[in-house]
Design a protein around this ligand. Structure first.
Ligand code: SF4
Length: 247
């Protein structure tokens, strides 16, 4: 069914407000024309778009996914598998919809996340939530996790032994949720998931795969807080993700 003019205007308004929030004075029109920005609810869509068929053919139903995630959380327990357990206040398992089409994977919890036991709830998290909203989703529609589930002290990078100890858990979460697209946030997440040491600035914006799932690397929201001029690059990456979902 064709969108009404009112709905189209609402979509355009949402995009303009996003650019305004990012501090743009001029609109990068070429980007929008190139990508044909549109939002589609593949969960409820009854048409035979490829993405909707794949979604409906998901191997686990929602209840089975919830059970599997709970079992995984139980298996992790009061994890002492690496030295990050020593400094944590709370283990940050991850959160969101078990039927998420998009899974955002960051590096590890920061101070606020460690306190609350939830991923991306500090300033960088607010930026991520804003991006998710402007992509046409609610935060609770997507799934958000990290490579390591406990906070590295002083927000240092997680070390290889810590990543290796924790990686099987996020791998399992990806397998259970089976998203249509993964967005890896920042260098650590991207390099870990695609197994390449290429700088994030060179690798972002191009699809890779993780266990046969398309993966879009982009900058970490914490980087964007320090380098707001690069927000438009993340929005370009987000539009490629939306394009992929609408295929
Ligand atoms: S970071 Fe992962 S492996 Fe290390 S203690 Fe926390 S949950 Fe366990």
């Amino acid at each position: 069914m064709q969108k009404s003019n009112k709905a189209i205007l609402k979509d355009i308004k949402a995009v303009l407000e996003f650019y305004q929030a990012l501090g743009f004075e001029r609109l990068p029109l070429k980007t929008i024309q190139d990508t044909g920005y549109k939002i589609q609810d593949t969960k409820s869509c009854t048409m035979n778009h490829a993405s909707c068929i794949v979604h409906r053919a998901s191997p686990l139903n929602s209840g089975q996914k919830e059970t599997a995630l709970k079992e995984l959380r139980d298996e992790i327990g009061d994890c002492q598998r690496c030295k990050l357990s020593k400094g944590r206040k709370n283990l940050v398992f991850g959160e969101g919809s078990v039927d998420a089409e998009i899974m955002f994977i960051g590096e590890g919890p920061g101070e606020e996340e460690d306190i609350q036991g939830r991923p991306f709830v500090g300033k960088a998290g607010q930026l991520l939530t804003s991006l998710i909203t402007k992509m046409g989703f609610k935060r609770e529609d997507v799934y958000i996790g990290n490579i390591v589930k406990c906070r590295p002290s002083f927000n240092r990078d997680p070390e290889d032994d810590e990543i290796n100890a924790c990686l099987p858990f996020i791998e399992k979460q990806v397998e259970i949720i089976s998203p249509k697209v993964i967005v890896s946030l920042g260098r650590i997440s991207t390099q870990t998931l695609i197994g390449m040491k290429t700088p994030i600035s060179k690798i972002r914006g191009h699809f890779h795969t993780f266990n046969d799932i398309p993966l879009m690397p982009t900058f970490h929201p914490a980087y964007l807080l320090r380098n707001p001029k690069d927000k438009w690059l993340v929005w370009e990456d987000a539009q490629k993700v939306l394009e992929r979902l609408n295929k």
